[in-house]
Write a protein that binds this ligand. Structure first.
Ligand code: AMP
Ligand code: MG
Length: 417
């Protein structure tokens, strides 16, 4: 941690006021990469994170082969690129999976896509530009022929010895296919992180229960389970926890020994009903920050035993936005993902911003890709309780603090997908 970076100029309570940049730096410095690995079959490797570089020990393809259905031809030197009609005697037939015989100069072999180029052949002519004689023993072509046409050479895709996939890569379908193409059947990946969850608030009930006055359905629970599932984490979910010190303490103690990370929502302000701070402090260490951002000012970070702790704000949009900006890169780094930071895309704002605001805003926007550059439109209600805003939006637009601008301003856009 770079202590100099923390701005303590606001003297309210003991909560440092941090920029989003500093809060993220602090978190990322504290994110310790998981070292536990295991081996998974290719069918179970989707979204797993590679624990080692994968190096090819074969060439792909292992042999020169035909890129077309057509005829492999042993062109004589005097037949190369000459205009006019040429004839070749068909002396062989080679399907994918079989090997042909050596082709004599001036002869052709019927060949199919993926079949090995026979010895002696030096080009492949596609079937569309030649005609087969009535007897089926000759082809005639009117197209000048050059060497090496329609041949996929040995090592065209992968050369033996090359690193084909890097450590820290989160595996996509095409990565798994590439590993299969060199004959690898299983991969060593980092073990999933175990993330413990609970949600503070006496007002919370679960979908399926009947609302009484003053109660709300716990939506954060479902957001976080879905977000963590997307990140491939194992989840231990304690559900709703009453707003009192001992219930909070019990929940934390239950998770602390077992989980790599504990995430909570709510209870991280400094009201009398906010018990997360004292409970984490009792069991471990905690920093409670007010981040100069909107939505989602309060954020707690700490450790209890070997578990890291992140306390997100209770408001549903704040919880999701702070998860996306802070918890997600923290988790990705911990999981061993090399590319763990959110990558912004420059887009133009489709609106004016006339009043400077003291906090950096991450507004919910929808992108119009038909303009150049793409332009972001604002959802009309930006309250941190308006979950519809983040459903309507496809991303967040970052508006620096104390700024004003006119439509067309180029800003950072973070896709939410
Ligand atoms: P808190 O951070 O606990 O002060 O909560 C801030 C706001 O978020 C309050 O209006 C809470 O009712 C609401 N809230 C807290 N937790 C949840 C949750 N799990 N789901 C939906 N809303 C919540
Ligand atoms: Mg609360």
């Amino acid at each position: 941690m770079n202590k100099k970076k923390i701005d303590n100029t606001c003297n309210q309570a003991s909560q440092p006021l941090l920029s989003t940049h500093d809060a993220l730096e602090f978190l990322l410095n504290a994110s310790i990469v998981n070292t536990h690995t295991h081996t998974v079959a290719l069918d179970d490797a989707l979204r797993q994170i590679l624990a080692h570089d994968i190096r090819a020990n074969i060439n792909v393809p292992e042999f020169d082969n035909s890129a077309m259905d057509g005829y492999a031809i042993a062109l004589k030197p005097e037949q190369i690129s000459v205009p006019g009609i040429l004839n070749f005697k068909i002396t062989d037939r080679i399907q994918a999976g079989s090997t042909g015989n050596t082709l004599a100069p001036g002869c052709a072999a019927r060949i199919f896509t993926g079949a090995p180029i026979p010895q002696g052949a030096n080009t492949v002519i596609m079937q569309e530009v030649c005609e087969v004689s009535k007897e089926g023993d000759y082809i005639e072509t009117w197209q000048p022929l050059s060497l090496d046409e329609n041949i996929r050479p040995l090592g065209n895709d992968i050369q033996s010895g090359a690193v084909i996939l890097n450590k820290g890569r989160q595996l996509k379908a095409q990565d798994i296919a590439l590993a299969a193409s060199i004959g690898v059947k299983e991969l060593e990946v980092f073990k999933p992180l175990k993330v413990g969850l609970f949600f503070t608030g006496d007002e919370l009930i679960n979908p399926g229960e009947t609302l009484k006055k003053g109660e709300i359905f716990n939506s954060n629970r479902y957001a976080l389970v879905a977000l963590l599932t997307q990140l491939n984490c194992d989840i231990v979910n304690l559900g709703n926890i009453k707003d009192n010190f001992s219930a909070t303490l019990d929940a934390l103690s239950t998770l602390a020994d077992d989980c790599d990370l504990i995430i909570t929502t709510g209870g991280v302000s400094v009201g009398e009903e906010d018990h997360v701070k004292p409970a984490v402090e009792k069991l471990g260490k905690l920093s409670l920050w007010r981040i100069k951002m909107k939505p989602g000012k309060p954020l707690a970070f700490g450790h209890i035993g070997k578990s890291a702790f992140i306390g997100l704000p209770g408001n549903p949009v704040s919880a999701m936005v702070t998860f996306f900006l802070f918890a997600q890169p923290f988790i990705k780094k911990m999981q061993g993902i090399s590319n763990y930071k959110n990558q912004p895309i420059p887009v133009q704002a489709n609106f004016d911003w006339l009043r400077p605001r003291p906090r950096r805003e991450f507004v919910r926007v929808r992108l119009d890709q038909t303009t150049t550059p793409a332009s972001a439109s604002l959802y009309p209600k930006q309250g941190s309780d308006v979950l519809s805003s983040i459903v309507w939006a496809d991303g967040l637009l970052e508006i620096p603090e104390n700024s004003t601008f006119a439509q067309g301003e180029i800003l950072n856009y973070y896709p939410l997908t």
